[in-house]
Design a protein around this ligand. Structure first.
Ligand code: NAD
Ligand code: SSN
Length: 533
């Protein structure tokens, strides 16, 4: 469907947005508007082909949901206000849960083929809106527009993948231990799912969950991060245009009521599953809250990825893979390399080449041509990066490039940084930086580096660069991580299972396993069948 068709369909089906644009009329109803950081507003709609994709409203039961209180959303590159969003409380979120619960009663009865068709239609609309969605991602998250387009394609790939998986949610025929009995299993949707997602992938973290949920026949209440709500809202609108029934995909936005909304999603009995991507600390809280209603859970939490370079690979290849792994999303990706371990025999050459590459980055507003590193998401992110660099330097680390705030470009910018001679006792060894800092550690033996890699309490992604097949197997098997990339800096793919071990959480997204997270297995035993097979 071309973009013009999307606009026409939207206009016809949805009418005008319930919440007017943020041109001053709403000012008195905006929570925190007295502390507005905005120097100027951005007219987002003027930047889009399909103006209706930018909506300052929650989506409940397929409709814009009005609210009397709102929070502001800012562009991390300029601090200009992008717009406002409803600041919903738990009572209002109850309406979204009720809508999802009502929709589930009929959606669960649709065939997997019908759901696959909806997912493919949604995928097509998302890809036809790729430019617009990417613009919104760059505005609210800051990542360069090329990366944002890549994220949209990545997000759409989960719709495609789970459209394929929907009709393949097979059960089993089981030979039983009781003579004359037969047993089968069937898989049924778990029910209404609470979906809580972070700001670093405003589209893909949602579709990786929601496409699987829809394929399984579940309905969802999505709570995106307050920094990046507009992509989520646009995705829900596109789902509606694709024909996804009202109430199946709901989006609730909140900022001041975050704790009570989180608690509501975890404790409401109508919600049968919570799928969360975010920090380990919040994951622990949500897990505790969900225990009272014994929910099914999938948690994708923090990482601290080791990137190990053995001396049998060409240094140029290792550096290219390290740059891809480390600097995606300005280092704000849970699978980003956080600790780079390089064998002592190639250490100097690796550090020099890495610094040269990183020194050539163009840093700036992600909407500008050629920029390959945008801003960090907020002040706290910049403070953390600065703290990690200062700590590394205090312990003998040498900054080869970067190492300071890029205040000349903007408040949330930090120069991409390479630090050599990093020592194992620095903070980066223990905590993910979630920023553009490549700390390079030296190692001497395979056993030493495996032990260093595993020393952390998290275990999401890890990387090994080696052309020795035996070593690749040996090391990959010993790494206590959910994912291992061998000779690649990118492990993310709709077709492969994404998830962690240890404090990085549990459950797998994408792949043939992803749909299982949204299905219950039911065993049906037939007695008195009689004769053996
Ligand atoms: N494993 C993965 O797949 C993956 C993917 C992306 C990000 N992450 C992790 O996410 C973290 C970065 O994001 P962050 O710091 O914004 O995470 P965060 O945990 O603060 O926020 C993530 C989401 O949880 C919500 N949230 C926060 N407190 C809540 C509460 N009390 N109740 C309900 N919801 C609550 C936020 O609003 C947001 O929507 C990093 O640790 C990163 O590694 C993990
Ligand atoms: O940040 C976490 C998810 C990124 C990815 O899916 O590659």
């Amino acid at each position: 469907m071309p973009v013009r068709r999307v606009i026409t369909a939207l206009t016809a089906r949805l009418g005008k947005p319930a919440v007017p644009n943020h041109n001053g009329r709403l000012a008195s109803r905006i929570s925190g508007s007295g502390q507005c950081r905005s120097l100027s507003n951005i007219n987002v709609k003027d930047k889009l082909s399909a103006r209706y994709l930018f909506r300052e409203a929650a989506i409940i039961d397929g409709k814009d949901f009005p609210s009397t209180t709102h929070f502001q959303v800012f562009d991390p590159a300029t601090q200009a206000q992008i717009g406002v969003c409803p600041d919903l409380n738990a009572r209002q979120v109850d309406e979204a849960i009720a809508a999802a619960h009502a929709a589930f009663q009929s959606f669960r009865r649709t065939t997997p083929f019908e759901r696959a068709k909806l997912l493919r239609e949604w995928r097509d609309l998302v890809m036809e809106s790729q430019e617009d969605l990417a613009t919104m991602i760059t505005l609210e998250n800051g990542k360069p527009i090329a990366e944002a387009k890549g994220e949209v394609a990545y997000a759409a790939s989960f719709m495609d993948w789970f459209a394929g998986e929907a009709p393949r949610a097979y059960g089993d025929v089981i030979p039983t231990s009781v003579a004359g009995n037969r047993a089968i299993t069937i898989k049924q949707p778990v029910g209404v799912c609470g979906i809580i997602t972070p700001w670093n992938f405003p589209a893909a973290m949602i579709t990786r969950k929601v496409a699987a949920a829809i394929a399984a026949g579940c309905t969802v209440v999505i709570k995106p991060d307050a920094e990046t709500p507009y992509t989520a809202i646009a995705l829900a609108k596109l789902a509606k245009i694709a024909g996804v029934p009202d109430g199946v995909v709901n989006v609730v936005t909140t900022k001041s009521f975050l704790k009570e909304v989180g608690e509501k999603l975890c404790t409401d009995e109508r919600i049968k599953k919570v799928s969360f991507t975010g920090s380990t600390n919040v994951g622990k809280l949500l897990m505790a809250q969900s225990s009272s209603t014994v929910k099914k859970l999938s948690f994708e939490l923090g990482g601290n990825a080791p990137f190990i370079v053995f001396p049998d690979v060409p240094v140029t290849e290792a550096v290219t893979a390290a740059v891809t792994s480390k600097f995606r999303g300005a280092g704000q990706t849970c699978v980003c390399a956080n600790r780079i371990f390089v064998h002592e025999s190639i250490y100097d050459e690796f550090c020099e080449l890495l610094a040269e590459k990183v020194g050539g980055f163009k840093i700036g507003n992600g909407l500008e041509d050629g920029v390959n590193q945008g801003p960090l998401i907020h002040d706290r992110a910049v403070d953390k990066v600065e703290g990690h660099v200062q700590d590394a330097v205090k312990h003998g680390g040498k900054v080869l490039v970067g190492g300071k705030r890029a205040t000349d470009i903007g408040k949330h910018f930090y120069y991409p940084t390479v630090i050599r001679d990093a020592k194992p006792r620095i903070r980066i060894m223990q905590e993910e930086t979630f920023g553009p800092v490549a700390a390079v550690f030296k190692f001497a033996s395979e056993a030493e580096v495996v032990a260093l890699a595993n020393v952390v309490d998290v275990g999401l992604a890890s990387y090994v660069m080696t052309n020795d097949i035996n070593r690749a197997f040996r090391v990959a098997e010993q790494l206590e991580f959910g994912m291992v990339g061998v000779n690649t800096g990118i492990v993310s793919d709709c077709a492969t299972p994404f998830g962690g071990v240890k404090f990085s959480g549990f459950g797998r997204e994408g792949s043939k396993y992803g749909i299982e997270e949204y299905l219950n297995v039911k065993a049906i035993t037939f007695g008195g069948v009689g004769a053996p097979y």
